[in-house]
Design a protein around this ligand. Structure first.
Ligand code: ACO
Length: 509
């Protein structure tokens, strides 16, 4: 029989189920398939040797107590070296031994869990919110805490299954390094299904770690080498050194997608950063497209009120009146935008430089009326002739907006660009600008739609508290026409000069 007949799609075969105690035995809250299985079953994401294979991974909704159950109609009888994949062996590398008990034993343990009623997520509660009349809590705890580690160990199987190039954290590292990590758990607070069941039901989680922030000690005295004993007598606490906070893994379970939980979780982590004087900046380790979109929308929501308060806009007349027709060679950046104020805002909100530039550029674009932008069919040929001498001040603003973005893009990729012929360099920069601009237009459209929806809900005299909480849900209806940030030659990565080399999404403790 051909090999294909005995091979099946691993993403279809694996089914994840969230369970909770029921009247007599556990019931299913949700079942979903993984997005990826290549870390477990290889690049082809196929499993050989079974017909009708189902690998069911069960998780208790509150503490993620796990269970592996494998069933199939037929198994391939080994011929020489060709044998069916040893599923028990393969899965044991990823899931703890305790998950390999019999199904009745597992169901009994979930159904009769005496501790479930008193379960509270580990760490401390840092945020609560309501969406669509349902209540949620976000809890955060250090990886040093054993109960945080225990829960994370059970949750980590979701990393290879849902985060591309994600690897589970090593939780057995020394305490001083575990101290750098904080884990955030999102839970729904439900009416317990039975008198002994938990009121907590998992929604998602994120891990963050502190990364040393090198201070540019400009103008300050240089540190000197001391002759004191080493290690230092007073203990250095890594959780208190000036740091960047980096989001490593971020996951909302599929049955809770597009309800605003990711936004709530990100915004909570951001708020914690802003309130912590030892954290200088919030960064993200190798974000994917969906996370980029989430972060852009959330950061835009955070920064827009501040930008509006400061009435930020591009100065359409950056040159002094006596400049005449001759244009100075240098970009008049400081005359176009208030660079000092922007630096203050960025430091206050602790947004990484490139991310801040994205949000600022999108905002400045939004201040130019649509008909003066490419997206509103502005007369580009005319603009490219008239440049900063265009009669209409919004045309001049748009000209300068394009120049500001090009300036940033050029600075970031100077090394690549200077190797190209001038014409090619200009063309690549123009193409990249067009892609970046397209991304901003989409962000603005999504943001506008969302604000409109929220406005409508308020008009319909929905309870105002509910309307604001429902923001996340309202998000769900926005346009689905998405593109990844596209760069022609220019890679636009995080601004983390001395971050660890993370080619893959590899979390290092
Ligand atoms: C640092 C990292 O770990 S990167 C990896 C991120 N994690 C993953 O990809 C794991 C699997 N996916 C997930 O966990 C979730 O889909 C997340 C975290 C990406 C998004 O969580 P959600 O709770 O669904 O996001 P939320 O409802 O707050 O959406 C907010 C905005 O994010 C963007 N967004 C969310 N999901 C997607 C998606 N799949 N594709 C594109 N944009 C998305 C949208 O702009 C959305 O607003 P909209 O709904 O108004 O269009």
């Amino acid at each position: 029989m051909a090999n294909e007949d005995w091979s099946c799609d691993a993403n279809d075969a694996v089914q994840l189920t969230i369970v909770q105690p029921g009247e007599k035995k556990p019931t299913t809250i949700a079942t979903f398939h993984p997005q990826f299985t290549y870390p477990i079953f290889g690049d082809e994401e196929r499993i050989f040797g079974y017909k009708g294979l189902i690998i069911r991974l069960r998780f208790a909704a509150h503490d993620l107590r796990s269970h592996v159950h494998i069933s199939y109609d037929e198994k391939f009888k080994a011929v020489g070296d060709t044998a069916a994949t040893d599923l028990n062996k393969t899965l044991r590398d990823w899931i703890s031994e305790s998950a390999f008990i019999s199904l009745p034993e597992y169901e009994k343990a979930v159904q009769n869990d005496e501790n479930a009623k008193d379960f509270v997520p580990p760490g401390k509660r840092v945020h609560t919110y309501t969406t669509n009349g349902r209540n949620y809590e976000i809890w955060a705890g250090s990886l040093v805490e054993p109960d945080v580690r225990a829960l994370l160990e059970r949750a980590q199987i979701f990393v290879p299954l849902f985060i591309e190039a994600g690897t589970p954290l090593a939780t057995d590292d020394p305490e001083w390094t575990l101290e750098r990590w904080t884990v955030y758990f999102v839970y729904e607070v439900v009416t317990p299904p039975t008198p002994t069941a938990s009121k907590y039901s998992i929604v998602g989680y994120a891990t963050t770690y502190r990364w040393w922030f090198y201070h540019n000690r400009e103008g300050k005295t240089h540190p000197t080498v001391g002759n004191g004993p080493f290690p230092y007598p007073e203990q250095i606490k890594f959780s208190e050194l000036p740091s960047r906070l980096r989001i490593a893994q971020f996951l909302i379970l599929p049955h809770h997608h597009r309800s605003g939980h990711g936004t709530q979780l990100y915004t909570t982590i951001h708020k914690v950063c802003v309130e912590d004087p030892t954290i200088i900046e919030l960064t993200v380790e190798d974000p994917n497209e969906a996370f980029d979109e989430l972060r852009d929308a959330a950061d835009y929501h955070i920064l827009r009120p501040e930008f509006l308060k400061r009435d930020l806009n591009i100065n359409p007349n950056p040159y002094p009146a006596n400049t005449g027709k001759k244009r100075p060679r240098l970009m008049p950046t400081a005359a176009l935008i208030p660079t000092k104020t922007l630096h203050e805002i960025r430091s206050k909100y602790k947004i990484a430089p490139t991310q801040f530039a994205h949000i600022l550029e999108a905002f400045l674009l939004s201040r130019i009326p649509l008909k003066h932008r490419a997206a509103g069919n502005a007369n580009m040929a005319r603009l490219l002739i008239k440049k900063h001498n265009a009669e209409d001040e919004n045309d001049r603003r748009y000209y300068w907006w394009r120049m500001l973005v090009k300036q940033r893009l050029y600075k970031r990729s100077r090394d690549v660009l200077i190797q190209l012929e001038l014409n090619e360099r200009i063309q690549k920069l123009d193409e990249t600008l067009a892609n970046v601009e397209e991304g901003y237009e989409k962000l603005l459209e999504r943001f506008g739609n969302r604000e409109e929806r929220i406005g409508k809900m308020a008009e319909e005299e929905v309870d105002p508290k509910k309307a604001s909480m429902a923001e996340g849900t309202a998000n769900g209806a926005a346009g689905r026409d998405r593109t990844k940030r596209k760069y022609t030659v220019i890679e636009d990565d995080e601004d983390e000069g001395e971050g660890p080399a993370e080619a893959a999404k590899k979390a290092k403790v």
